[in-house]
Design a protein around this ligand. Sequence first.
Ligand code: GAR
Length: 296
Amino acid sequence: MLTPFPLGRPARMAVMASGRGTNLQALLEAFPPGNPWGEVVLVLSDNPGAYALERARGRGVEAVALPWQGRRAFEGEALALLGERRIDLVLLAGFMRLLSPSFVEAWYGRLLNLHPSLLPDYPGLHVHQRVLAAGERETGSTVHFVDQGMDTGPIVLQGRVPVLPGDTPETLERRVLFLEHRLYPRAVRLVLLGLAFPPGEALLTLLGPAWPHFQRLSPREKPLHLRALALLRLWGQEGLVPAALLGEAGAWGRGAFLTAHLLAEDHPALRRELAELPEEVRLRAEEALRRVESPS
Ligand code: GAR
């Protein structure tokens, strides 16, 4: 049985990558040895030629190639290694294989993926070409819990970038990558703090009469609401959760939603509103923001 986040100790993380590994690099830098949040202790690849493996070795992190000889063989070895290394959280970063339902089920809530679009739009491959062909004005990236579908699991965090006139798939890819290198470590910190989690049975009980309201939210709205209710719980205001989701929980509710927004993206207008809330709410909000924003 896997213990829930927060763990109360630094997390042991594994990254799975198939290619060049620029996101792996960002994760290695965000979670180095001795980091109080946790550290990347294992890198796995289905591709022995992946530059990601070099990046890991260059930083003294264990890097293992499991050359692809079918899903069953790969997953059997990967599951054994994850167990032996006592891994708490697995991060897919440019891992280009689909994992089986049994792998995903065993790691549900502990397995994150990064996808270069604003999911649920543009799942799958060749995202930047498709975004350009559709004439989108905006794109971005999504960190989500992996479920049994392709790029369908509950969203942890999204970031946005504009699509500009004259963009090519390459310019767009560069812009999205720059965003991802900040987005993924931030999403991991939210998960480690227990501020992002896949909705489950316990949530139904907690939300009570507000459950139908939550269910009607879009996949992109849900993570904000989950962060807000997790904050209320963290602040000892669990009883206010159903009212907060209905917008009826006063200063604590406003503080939770403002903080939940700011945890995803800074916004001067929201910071100002937060500063005007009663001191007991403001101090808790500032503490939560400081924790996620400080690099260690
Ligand atoms: C990233 O843009 C990531 O979002 C994408 O692959 C790239 C990996 O780059 N992932 C997917 O498309 C998964 N479906 P990197 O190897 O430089 O980190």
